[in-house]
Design a protein around this ligand. Structure first.
Ligand code: ATP
Ligand code: MG
Length: 412
């Protein structure tokens, strides 16, 4: 089955919004076994929208469209579909009632523009929207099953799962399965090299996605039935895991900081931070996933020497003698944070994120980081890249130091 994605909106066409819906839908459709062979984006224009409908309806078995279902005059998707199908727009009474009720609940008065969102091409199946006012609809366009969803990503994603996925189950598609391996510590090319031969040996497709500085490996298998596809993807993923060793930290929807957080919870230990050049980034990474309060005690962001002395009790003599970016100060920061926060472990990072501030013996990108537990371990690295990249690499390096310590693994 060949599938396509259509996104509608002048803002998209002008580059004012990034077309994340197209990427999301293409990934979801591919993951359930449809071959997405076309993505089309058009502006809010009657002729171009109808031309897109004609093209997709002629060439595809299925397409999903987003955008232009709202109350404003530039929201013309339903009208274009009706014109293309040569059917009238008809007002759907249950949708109208729901739209009005939603608006009244929000403390506003419904207007004629809101009512317009209850108009659908005759014969369309209405798809209710639990998260917003604009319902979607499903119709046949040419030979394609076509689904029209609102542009707002959260609404679109929920409606795709609730209404589109079940409708697709009955359509012929190539059963497929995938396993996503999450890696850190190797460059994309390094991951690729270690996985040489897996694709042919297991008849799977490997896909790579860099989420700086992590790299995801997607192991994708197509077979005659779903269970065989699952087995094939699993077998290949196991071989890939073996080839990649400790670079694989998780599978699926788990980032490196979250995986580390889980490990800390499993061990029943707490973590505190002392951050200088990362300016709170480490704390942000660790608290992004819910439940971080089970292990995370706090981060002491100390930029100035005075703050390092006052908050972390770093001795002035160390700062004077070795400078703020030094192994000695990194160690003292980590030990100070552990003491002040009464944590089992503390990580500290101090470095020169750039682009200025480097010198011959302390170049831009130099980062000292340390882990204080029962003993204190320190490392230093010179990271390349922009300020944002150096800070991110530094934060990840510190997390890796703790992970290695907990797992007893050698440094990546
Ligand atoms: P609304 O009822 O909010 O008007 P709509 O179906 O008319 O919904 P649009 O007006 O096209 O949708 O888009 C609403 C908002 O949704 C846009 O301002 C944009 O922020 C987001 N959006 C729309 N299309 C996309 C897309 N393809 N990718 C990412 N975001 C999008
Ligand atoms: Mg709109």
């Amino acid at each position: 089955m060949s599938a396509a994605v259509l996104t509608i909106g002048t803002e998209l066409m002008r580059g004012e919004i990034v077309d994340t819906n197209a990427a999301w839908l293409a990934a979801e459709l591919s993951a359930v076994g449809f071959r997405v062979t076309r993505k089309l984006c058009v502006d809010d224009d009657h002729e171009r929208i109808q031309a897109a409908l004609a093209a997709l309806g002629a060439e595809h078995d299925l397409f999903v469209c987003t955008g232009g279902l709202g109350p404003t005059t530039d929201d013309i998707t339903a009208e274009c579909v009706a014109r293309f199908l040569e059917v009238p727009l008809e007002r759907d009474a249950p949708s109208l009632a729901r739209i009005r009720e939603r608006i009244v609940r929000a403390g506003r008065s419904p207007t004629a523009s809101n009512d317009k969102q209850a108009d659908f091409p005759r014969g369309a199946r209405v798809l209710p929207n639990e998260r917003g006012t604009a319902p979607g609809f499903a119709v046949e366009v040419g030979r394609a099953r076509a689904f029209f969803l609102p542009g707002v990503p959260t609404e679109m994603e929920a409606m795709f799962s609730i209404h589109v996925v079940p409708a697709l189950a009955g359509l012929p598609h190539d059963p497929a399965a995938q396993v996503v391996l999450r890696t850190f510590g190797l460059p994309e090319s390094g991951v690729n090299d270690l996985l040489a031969g897996i694709e042919t040996r297991f008849r799977v497709t490997l896909g790579y996605r860099a989420r700086f500085p992590e790299v995801d490996v997607k192991v994708f298998a197509r077979r005659d039935d779903g269970a065989s596809a699952e087995r094939a993807a699993r077998k290949a993923a196991d071989a890939a895991r073996e080839a990649l060793g400790s670079a694989v930290f998780a599978e699926g929807d788990v980032g490196y900081p979250e995986a580390l957080g889980r490990l800390l919870v499993e061990r029943g230990v707490t973590l505190g931070l002392a951050e200088s050049c990362t300016g709170g980034l480490l704390a942000e990474l660790l608290t992004r996933a819910p439940g971080s309060s089970r292990f995370f005690l706090g981060s002491l962001v100390t930029y100035a020497n005075e703050a390092k002395q006052a908050v972390l009790q770093v001795p002035p003599a160390l700062l004077e003698r070795y400078g703020a970016v030094s192994e000695e100060v990194a160690r003292s920061m980590a030990e100070g944070a552990r003491r002040v926060l009464r944590a089992d472990y503390a990580l500290a990072v101090t470095g020169i994120a750039g682009p200025g501030g480097g010198s011959d013996d302390k170049p831009v990108g130099l980062v000292h980081y340390a882990l204080a537990g029962e003993m204190t371990t320190a490392r230093q690295r010179i990271f390349s890249g922009t300020r944002i990249q150096v800070r991110r690499r530094a934060a990840y390096a510190a997390l890796a130091l703790l992970r290695e310590h907990l797992l007893g693994e050698p440094p990546a």
